[in-house]
Design a binder for this molecule. Structure first.
Ligand code: SF4
Length: 703
C-alpha cells in the first residue's frame, strides 16, 4: 500500500493527512504526525475521509443541454468547452465583459483560484469574480485591513499554548474546528489557571467548557466589546504609552465607549453586568490575552465592526505579536486564505493588492503582461446573483460550490439561476442542489486526486498531492479554467491567451503566484513545492532567502497601514438586521454540527457521520415547545418572512427560551425541499458585503 501526504479538505484548521491507497482507491486515512496543524490528530470528519472517496455520486463526464427544461446529455470535453467558449464570447461581444461572472469556492486550491482570477480579470476584463469566501471570511478580512492594514491573521496555533486568557466569540471550535479545540483543551489542562471566556447565544460544547459563558443576544457583540473596553479604561488596564506610540483613533473610540457601561451593555446584550466586568478584568489582567472568532461575528450585517471592536481589545492592551497574544480569526473553509492571497474576491487583486488602487492594478497588469486590469469593481456574491436575476449577468460559471444551498434567501437565488441564459457548473459531485440549473456540467477532480497548495487559518501553506487518479473524465479545476481560457481567447480573437495561460502543471501556476507576492506582506518567493515537501508546511511571509516563515506578525509594533500605526475604529451600533416581533417571535441562529460539513456533499456519504445527528431538526428550549403544545420529535413548520421549511423539533437546554438553532448542512431532504437558507436574508455588511447568514426572526407551528 502506498502513502501520499495531503490535508483534510474540510475546515480551516488545515490538518495534515496521510492517504493510504493502492494507486486506484483510497483505503485509509490517518493524521500526519509531522504536520504542525494537528501533529497526527484528526477529528471524526477527517478520520472518515476514506469512506467519502468513492466514485458513486461523482460527476464523471461533461453534460450539456441545448435548451432549458431538457435533460443534459453526455458530451466530449472538446464540445463542452467549445460550447461554453462560444456562449461566453457571444455574451461578451454583445453585452460587454461585465455580462459574465464567475462564482468560486474556498475549497478550491490556490492554483485553481489563481487561474480563474487571471481568466476573469486578465482575459475577459471583468472583475465579476467572487467566491463563497464572501459568505465566510470577508468581514474578518475587512476588519484586519481596517485595523492592522492587511488581511493577515497575526497569530499561530502555538499561541494557544501560551495564552492565559482566551476570549472565544462567535465560534464553536469544539464542533467547527475540533483539532484546534483539542489544543485549547490541552492548554487548559496543562495550565488550569488559564481563563476561557466564550461569547455565544447558545450553550455550545465550547461554551460548556468555558470558565465564563456570556450568552449574549444575537447581534449585540459590539456592545459587549465596547463595554469591556469601558471597564479596561475605567480600571486602568489600557496601555496608554503603547496606544499613543503605535495606534491612531483611540480618542474617538474612547468617547463612544465612555457611555457604554456594563449596565448599559447588560440591558442590550442580555448578560449580567457583573459577568461583563469579570470578563474585562480577566482580559485586562492577562499576560497573554488571545481572542478567537469565526462566523458568529463574520456573518452579520455589521460583521466587519464586530471584528474591529474585538481587535480593539488587543490593541488597547498593546498585546499583539507576542506569544499567546492577539486577535485570531478561525477560517471556515480549507483554503479561503489561499483564495484571498491570489485576489479571489471581486474587490481584490493578486497578492493582497486592492482593485481600487491604480498602482496595484498597474502592477498586476505588468506581472501578467497585459495592457490594464479593469478598474470597475466586480459584483460581490450577493450582488452577482442579484445581477443575474436582473439580467445584467447573462452567463455564470460556478466552480466547486453549491449556491442553491449555501446562499441566503434561496427563493431569490433560485429565481436568478432559472433566469440565467447560460449556467456552467464545475463540480466533483453529481446532483447537488445547483445541478438542476446547470446548462453545462463539467466534472472536476477533488480531494486525494489533485495537486496544489492550501493555506490554513495560521497562514501556513501545505503542498497537497494527488494520491489516486480521478474517476471518469474528471479534470483538475485549474486545468479546466486554463483550457476554457485558451478556447475563449480563440473565440474572442485574443492571441495573448496562449501566452497568458501557458501552464503545463499546477506547480507552474504556483511559481507565477509566488512571484506576484514579491515585496508584498505575504511574500512567498522563498517557497516552492520542493521546499514544502522537504521541510514541510510553512507560514507566510517566507521571502526568498528566508530560512523560515513568520510565527507572529507585528511584534515590532509596526503595522501595514499607511501610517504604520494600527487603527481603532468607531463601530456600528445596530443590532441584528431583522428584529423579532409578535408574528416572528423566535431568534433563530444557524451553525455547524460536529460531524457534518457545509452542504454534506462529502460528509453526507459517510454513514458513521450520522450517528451524532441523523436528520435535520430545529433546536428549541423545552419551555418554548411546552408553550406551543409541541412535543420533542414533532414535525413543525418553520417560517420566516422569506419562506418556510419543515423540521423535527428537538428540545434542548443549550438554547435559551425565545431562541432557536438550525444547522446549516441539510438542504433538500425527506422533510423539506430546502434548507435553512430558505429562511435567512441577504442583508449584507456595507464594508465586507458579507450577508447575515447567522440570524433571522422566525415562527414555528405544529404540523
Ligand atoms: Fe479536518 Fe478540521 Fe477535523 Fe482537522 S479539525 S480533521 S481540518 S475537519
Amino acid at each position: 500500500m502506498a502513502e501520499t501526504k495531503s490535508t483534510c479538505p474540510y475546515c480551516g484548521v488545515g490538518c495534515g493527512v496521510i492517504i493510504q491507497h493502492d494507486g486506484a482507491r483510497v483505503i485509509e486515512v490517518r493524521g500526519d504526525p509531522e504536520h504542525p496543524a494537528n501533529f497526527g490528530r484528526l477529528c471524526t470528519k477527517g478520520s472518515t475521509l476514506h469512506f467519502t472517496a468513492r466514485p458513486e455520486s461523482r460527476l464523471l463526464y461533461p453534460e450539456l443541454r441545448t435548451s432549458k427544461g431538457e435533460a443534459r446529455a453526455r458530451v466530449s470535453w472538446d464540445v463542452a468547452l467549445d460550447t461554453a467558449a462560444d456562449k461566453f464570447a457571444s455574451v461578451i461581444r454583445e453585452h460587454g465583459p461585465d455580462a459574465v461572472g464567475f462564482y468560486l469556492s474556498g475549497q478550491l486550491l490556490t492554483e485553481d483560484y489563481y487561474v480563474f482570477n487571471k481568466l476573469a480579470k486578465g482575459l475577459v476584463a471583468t472583475n465579476n469574480v467572487d467566491t463563497n469566501s464572501r459568505l465566510c471570511m470577508s468581514s474578518a478580512v475587512a476588519a484586519y485591513k481596517q485595523t492592522l492594514g492587511a488581511d493577515a491573521p497575526p497569530c499561530s496555533y502555538e499561541d494557544f499554548d501560551h495564552s492565559d486568557c482566551m476570549l472565544i466569540a462567535g465560534a464553536n471550535p469544539a464542533f467547527a474546528h475540533p483539532i484546534a479545540f483539542r489544543r485549547i483543551e490541552a492548554a487548559k489542562a496543562a495550565r488550569p489557571d488559564m481563563k476561557i471566556i466564550v461569547v455565544d447565544p447558545r450553550r455550545t460544547d465550547t461554551a460548556a467548557s468555558a470558565d465564563l459563558h456570556l450568552a449574549i443576544l444575537p447581534g449585540t457583540d459590539i456592545w459587549l466589546f465596547n463595554a469591556m473596553l469601558h471597564v479596561l479604561l475605567w480600571e486602568g488596564y489600557v496601555n496608554m504609552p503603547w496606544v499613543r506610540e503605535h495606534t491612531e483613533g483611540f480618542e474617538a473610540l474612547r468617547q463612544v465607549v465612555r457611555d457604554v457601561t456594563p449596565a448599559v451593555a447588560a440591558g442590550i446584550c442580555g448578560v449580567p453586568a457583573d459577568d461583563i466586568i469579570k470578563a474585562a478584568k480577566w482580559w485586562g489582567e492577562a499576560q497573554a490575552p488571545l481572542s478567537l472568532w469565526c462566523m458568529g461575528l463574520n456573518q452579520s450585517h455589521h460583521g466587519t465592526h464586530n471584528g474591529t471592536a474585538l481587535i480593539a481589545l488587543s490593541l488597547a492592551l498593546g498585546k499583539i505579536g507576542a506569544p499567546g497574544c492577539g486577535p485570531f480569526s478561525l477560517t471556515g473553509q480549507p483554503n479561503a486564505m489561499g483564495g484571498r492571497e491570489v485576489g479571489g474576491l471581486s474587490n481584490l487583486l493578486s497578492a493582497h493588492r486592492d482593485l481600487a488602487n491604480p498602482a496595484h492594478r498597474a502592477e498586476v497588469a505588468a506581472l501578467w503582461g497585459i495592457e490594464s486590469v479593469p478598474e470597475k469593481p466586480g459584483y460581490s456574491a450577493i450582488e452577482l446573483f442579484e445581477a443575474v436575476r436582473e439580467g445584467k449577468v447573462k452567463a455564470l460559471w460556478i466552480a466547486c460550490t453549491n449556491p442553491a444551498h449555501s446562499m441566503p434567501q434561496q427563493a431569490l437565488i433560485r429565481e436568478a439561476l432559472e433566469k440565467c441564459e447560460f449556467v456552467v457548473l464545475q463540480e466533483a459531485y453529481a446532483n447537488t442542489e445547483t445541478a438542476p440549473y446547470a446548462d453545462l456540467q463539467l466534472p472536476a477532480l477533488t480531494w486525494a486526486e489533485k495537486e496544489g497548495t492550501v493555506t490554513n487559518s495560521e497562514r501556513r501553506i501545505t503542498h497537497v498531492n494527488a494520491a489516486i487518479p480521478g474517476p471518469g473524465e474528471t479534470r483538475a479545476d485549474w486545468a479546466i479554467a486554463r483550457d476554457f481560457a485558451l478556447k475563449l481567447g480563440e473565440k474572442l480573437g485574443q492571441p495573448d491567451a496562449a501566452r497568458l495561460f501557458a501552464y503545463p502543471t499546477a506547480e507552474s501556476v504556483f511559481l507565477e503566484h509566488a512571484e506576484s507576492t514579491r515585496g508584498r506582506d505575504l511574500d512567498i518567493t522563498g517557497l516552492s513545492y520542493t521546499l514544502l515537501d522537504e521541510r514541510g508546511p510553512q507560514q507566510w511571509p517566507f521571502a526568498a532567502g528566508a530560512s523560515e516563515g513568520a510565527t507572529r506578525l507585528y511584534a515590532d509594533g509596526k503595522f501595514e497601514t499607511a501610517s504604520g500605526k494600527a487603527q481603532f475604529i468607531v463601530p456600528a451600533t445596530s443590532l441584528t438586521s431583522e428584529a423579532i416581533d409578535a408574528r416572528y417571535p423566535l431568534r433563530m441562529t444557524t451553525g455547524r454540527l460536529r460531524d457534518q460539513w457545509h452542504g454534506m456533499s462529502r460528509t453526507g456519504k459517510a454513514a458513521r457521520l450520522y450517528s451524532h445527528v441523523d436528520e435535520p431538526r430545529i433546536d428549541l428550549n423545552s419551555s418554548d415547545l411546552d408553550r406551543r403544545s409541541i412535543a420533542d420529535g414533532d414535525l413543525v413548520r418553520v417560517k420566516s418572512r422569506r419562506g418556510s421549511i419543515v423540521l423535527r423539533a428537538h428540545a434542548t437546554e443549550e438554547v435559551r427560551p425565545g431562541h432557536a438553532f438550525i444547522a446549516m448542512h441539510w438542504g433538500r431532504n425527506v422533510l423539506s425541499s430546502s434548507g435553512v437558507n430558505e429562511l435567512t436574508l441577504n442583508k449584507v455588511d456595507p464594508h465586507s458585503k458579507q450577508p447575515e447568514l447567522k440570524h433571522a426572526a422566525i415562527q414555528i407551528e405544529k404540523i
